[in-house]
Design a protein around this ligand. Sequence first.
Ligand SMILES: Cc1cc2nc3c(=O)[nH]c(=O)nc-3n(C[C@H](O)[C@H](O)[C@H](O)COP(=O)(O)O)c2cc1C
Length: 452
Amino acid sequence: MPSTEFEQIVLAGADDHDLTKLSEYEKVGGYQSLRKALGMERQAVLDELITASVRGRGGAGFPSGRKASFVPKPEQTTKPIYLTINADESEPGTFKDREIMARVPHRLIEGALITAYTIGSNAVFIYIRGEYLTEYEIVKAALDEARDRGLVGANIAGSSWNCTIVLHRGAGAYICGEETALLESLEGKRGQPRSKPPFPAIAGLYAAPTLINNVETIATVPAVIARGGAWYATLGVENANGTRVFSLSGNVVNGGNYELPLGTSLREVIYDIGGGIPNGRTLKAIIPGGSSTPILRADQIDTALDYDSVAAGGSMLGSGGIIAIDDRACMVQVALRVASFYQHESCGKCTPCREGTRWLVSLITKIEAGQGSNADLDLLVDVCGRIMGRSLCPLGDAAAMPISSYVERFREEFQAHIDQGCCPYGDQSSLDGILGPVQQAARMHRQLAVIA
Ligand SMILES: Cc1cc2nc3c(=O)[nH]c(=O)nc-3n(C[C@H](O)[C@H](O)[C@H](O)COP(=O)(O)O)c2cc1C
């Protein structure tokens, strides 16, 4: 990742040191925050997290300190308390957790230990996407090294506190990133969402109180404890504190992960840092937060990347996966690619999502083939409306929201397919680099299914 003029929090030091090694991580202050936290009252650590107000980096953006405060205190429950870390990262366009695990695995482990200590947990589960084999091996080696040095296991860092960390590989299903499906999968069951309430904080893994956080959320914790929640809250903008590791992909010169302060504009990310659109093409659209987020038009390029600004622009910050789309792309083909992914990944448990995603694909396929009518386009919008807010988990919304936004913001392209009886872009349309992981992920899932 090219370094930027901004201070990094999560990936700090990774450009100059091999932070996969414990000794190198210690040179940049590694595990000092853990030692500091172990010398504090649990409530004092929690107060720092609440003050920092790191909004969850997995997609929903819920303040992580507040979420931790919902978990019953050890004295309020007879059950064990668990911390589960979501490393399933399957949202197309998002590949930041991969880089965090590959380059700063000890920051994740340190953040996990501090968070576990804060909520009174003695057991952490990291649920890692099955396809991330290299990252699994890196995190596993880091865990082994930390365990050998007395930083994981019994009497951590000379304290009387014990905590185990289990690294668990998924088997390649997008739905297992949804927190309750993840818990089912971790328990050895089919990965399908549970109905809520009860929420995991009250009845999660093995029906015990469970805190679930994203990799990046947890990897932020050591810096918050080292420098204080009030310091962290000065970074970024109001209601969106700190930095985020944005994944930039699609039709852009310098794709990659960039850790930037929240509030940085899309223009800065795509043009100043990303080097703009290659081959003299022009920007047509931007997906700001992973494939499940509504699309923005190119004239929204000055939108700031914080929760409120992106919401005001009609979309969501989501998982931080920014995808630039140039003028060669047929938006109906983009819609088909996205809808196909969600149809493939729908777990089938609830009808609106199972049937709705199938309808989306079939209607978009018809329109793309030039066989659609105005009634089909109306039906497409209608089906989106019938999925949104009606599925058991937000996977249904994740499918319907972007499709509905493509029609709303690029209706003229859908209309042209109907009026001309063919795809106006034909073979000239290029989705090169746009949502590539959609197909890649689907292909990998199929391979795993065959192996199983
Ligand atoms: C279908 C679906 C897939 C999801 N995939 C992920 C994922 O891969 N990684 C992740 O951290 N959160 C994912 N989430 C969000 C989680 O349910 C949960 O909100 C998140 O792990 C909480 O962590 P945070 O508060 O730190 O963001 C997904 C949600 C849905 C509905």
